[in-house]
Design a protein around this ligand. Sequence first.
Ligand code: ATP
Ligand code: MG
Length: 393
Amino acid sequence: MPTPPTLFANTASAPHDGHYIGLMSGTSLDGVDGVLARFSPAGPQDRPVQVQAYASCAMPTALRAELLALNSRHGHDELHRAALAANALSGLYAQVVQQLLTDSAMHPAQIHAIGAHGQTVRHQPGLHDGCGYTLQLLNPALLAERSGITVVADVRSRDVAAGGQGAPLVPAFHQQVFAPRHGVGLVLNIGGIANVSVLHPAGSPHTVTGWDCGPGNALIDAWCQRHTGQPYDADGAWAASGCVLPALLEQLLREPFLQQPPPKSTGRDLFHTAWLGQQLHGFTTAAPQDVQATLTAFTAQACADSVRHCADPARTLLVCGGGALNARLMAELQQRLPQLQVLSTASQGLPPLQVEAAAFAWLARQCMLGLPGNLPAVTGAAGPRVLGAIYPA
Ligand SMILES: Nc1ncnc2c1ncn2[C@@H]1O[C@H](COP(=O)(O)OP(=O)(O)OP(=O)(O)O)[C@@H](O)[C@H]1O
Ligand SMILES: [Mg+2]
């Protein structure tokens, strides 16, 4: 097989520079985040990507319930239901695309491609001697048809086929955008699951690494929904009203995934509500707000433990994903990492809910340019691979 060009090849004069859309609907199942981004490596600004528009769309309750059911293997006729859910999700993606085009006064023909993640309903990369699979529901053909724009989809499968975890894919993009000037840069994405990227100055011989740390907001959201009816704990205020239960925290931290060395990735396949139910067996009389405080501390501790190994020369920890908006979680992280300044990526000009969507715009561009999107040191794949399948406009 021919070796693909290196990941960070100089693409200053590439024919596909210009505008891309990135669409992300992550494990939190909160909705779809989209950005319209301009890539201009040869441009006057330092950063190779400028976000020109951001739009989001909340996940309708019925679709969310169906995606959760498909994720947790509930019900019959899964193939038919999955296809219908993929169509419904593609309709939401198309709405976000339309909003982005309207807000930026652009036409479909001006966009090179959409990078569309889809909704993960299974993530089993390591099954059967490393020949596993990862499944993101989407109907990219329908999205191409509705939007009139080329769609790049199914970006994780090729990495899994090459023996990788298929995740996390964002460290390569984090390196492009947040590479430190000196020392080591750390970016922590707290979505439904949390993942960290360890970055180096541009041109450094050190390898960019990254891995999934464990749960992000998934358990926090599930407990909040069950006891307050709210989809998430706004600003972490409910957690802040409770007290951490040390025995429960200790038990949660015994989860073997947390001790595994990288490369590693996880998802709702592991950190689901049944897992939480098992952990809570001995704590049935605990006050719900104390459990919430403990789950928030659990996410913070799992992230801090992941970061601590590699934090020595680092000064700051940049946090993105919705978890950056949870003040309690950010305070818990800061308390556990006193040697680092814990900051939202907004401090670097890229708001936390835009980072992952921008990464998918970048992945679409990599694919259109025939450049790899994965980092083998991160995912464990046998080598760099061009990621995604192209559905022409
Ligand atoms: N104001 C807020 N206060 C507390 N938590 C928030 C707030 N806004 C968002 N969140 C949390 O962020 C989550 C959504 O984050 P995000 O969209 O980054 O996750 P995701 O969709 O799982 O993404 P990914 O899997 O790509 O990382 C919500 O479910 C919620 O838990
Ligand atoms: Mg989301």
